[in-house]
Design a protein around this ligand. Structure first.
Ligand code: NAP
Ligand code: MG
Length: 400
């Protein structure tokens, strides 16, 4: 068989632990036999990040800007215990945070829907994609404990000398305080990433904030979205027959629960943090959640939403069987290959990505799956496979 050729490379960002193990296995079983894979490889294993003083993370993000498409394996974000375990020079920052800051992107998370794994919400038939703004609000706030009576103010000193000051509260007793901010440039990038993504996948875009209560802060998000939509996207949306819909966040929540799904739900930073966990668990499993970082300039980085599955890795090292579900990582690869194919007008590559996804889904729908799904499946003929047997089952179907 002739392997599919690639003109331009994908940036391949390798990672840690069990996901690093399945990364190799996915390439061996499902990609290398069919494609003459062309990647620019970056090893973001914690050891190598430490060795390069985290320069490798920055390099991988710069390479993504250059080649426009990347696929990333899950990586350890070190904490105190990891610093000890890996004897690190420093507690390096989250690679995802570093890459996101460089690409200025928005993260879109979408569940993989298969027959036999029914969403807990009965009406949901199609996947719901969460787009989370990844800058500011409470994630960059400053906080104070007011430890007795006193006056708290919010104050802005402009560099041109103007000062604005308003009272937050006149405390009669103890209490708490926080100050937070966001940036027009970041909100505008977020809006454009969302509008571009909606055009690309041809789905409606919903956005909600609490603008009735937060008349300046949240209202500003609403206004910037509307302005960008009206000036840059309105016609393109109507040409495709898709819609941009804004309403209050509580109204969105109520409507989402009664909907069939199939839309992109843009969320402010905190709302996205909370709602993506809700959507992921309601659709069944974190192992079935895909994730893509899309920037307004058209850079894409595909990954799985889950972590490095540490517990499984230590079982694997002991030689025990594991039950790591590789679906989200397979879809990260297929997503990146499809995008590469679309950018390079390589129809064979696009069609391979489609086949890889449909074959993986069919394999589960035929009853072959890892334990996480096996425990939830409503199919009658479930056959539970270990990490590597599951990949071999997909390979067998892909050969066909
Ligand atoms: P995790 O790796 O997502 O795993 C948590 C648990 O969820 C696992 O123990 C497993 O449950 C289940 N699970 C997750 N993915 C699965 C899969 N593909 N197949 C089957 N089960 C799966 O989260 P964590 O243990 O909190 O984090 C481990 C490391 O990952 C941390 O060092 C963290 O920094 C890193 N992390 C990285 C990313 C990223 O790179 N994007 C994201 C999150 C976390 P059972 O043990 O019950 O089977
Ligand atoms: Mg969270």
């Amino acid at each position: 068989m002739n392997k599919i050729k690639m003109t331009n490379p994908i940036v391949e960002i390798d990672g840690d632990e069990m996901t690093r193990v399945i990364w190799e296995a996915i390439k061996d079983e499902l990609i290398n036999p069919f494609i003459e894979l062309n990647t620019e490889y970056y090893d973001l294993s914690l050891k190598n990040r430490d060795l390069t003083n985290d320069q490798i993370t920055i390099d991988s993000a710069m390479a993504t800007k250059k080649h426009k498409v990347a696929v990333k394996c899950a990586t350890i974000t070190p904490n105190a215990q990891r610093v000890k375990e890996y004897d690190l020079k420093e507690m390096w920052k989250s690679p995802n945070g570093t890459i996101r800051a460089i690409l200025d992107g928005t993260v879109f998370r979408k569940p993989i829907v298969v027959k036999g794994i029914e969403p807990f919400v009965r009406t949901w038939k199609k996947p719901i994609t969460i787009a989370r703004h990844a800058y500011g609000d409470i994630y960059k706030d400053v906080e104070l404990i007011a430890d007795g009576p006193g006056e708290a103010y919010l104050c802005f000193q402009s560099i041109n000398g103007k000062e604005e000051k308003i009272m937050v509260h006149n405390f009669k007793d103890k209490g708490v305080l926080l100050g937070m901010h966001n940036l027009d440039s970041s909100i505008e990038s977020f809006a454009r990433s969302c509008f571009n993504y909606a055009l690309e996948v041809k789905e409606d875009l919903w956005f909600g904030t609490k603008d009735t209560i937060s008349k300046k802060y949240d209202h500003h998000f609403k206004d910037l979205f509307q302005e960008i939509f009206d000036n840059e996207y309105k016609e393109k949306f109507s040409d495709l027959g898709i819609e941009y819909f804004y309403t209050l966040i509580d109204d969105i929540v109520a409507r989402i629960m009664r909907s069939e799904g199939g839309m992109i739900w843009a969320c402010k930073n905190y709302d996205g943090d909370v709602m993506s966990d809700m959507v992921a668990s309601a659709f069944g499993s974190l192992a079935m959640m895909t994730s893509v970082l899309a920037s307004p300039e058209g850079f894409y980085e595909y990954e799985a939403a889950h972590g490095t599955v540490t517990k499984h890795y230590y079982q694997h090292l002991k030689g025990a069987k594991t039950s790591t579900n590789s679906m989200a990582t397979i879809f990260a690869w297929s997503g990146a290959l499809r995008k590469r194919g679309q950018m390079d007008n390589n129809l064979e590559l696009v069609s391979f990505a489609d086949k890889l996804e449909s074959t993986a889904i069919n394999t589960i729908e035929e009853g072959f799956m890892t334990k996480d799904l096996g425990l939830m499946s409503t199919l009658e003929n479930v056959k539970i496979l270990d990490t590597f047997e599951f990949l071999k089952a997909i390979r067998k179907n892909l050969n066909k």
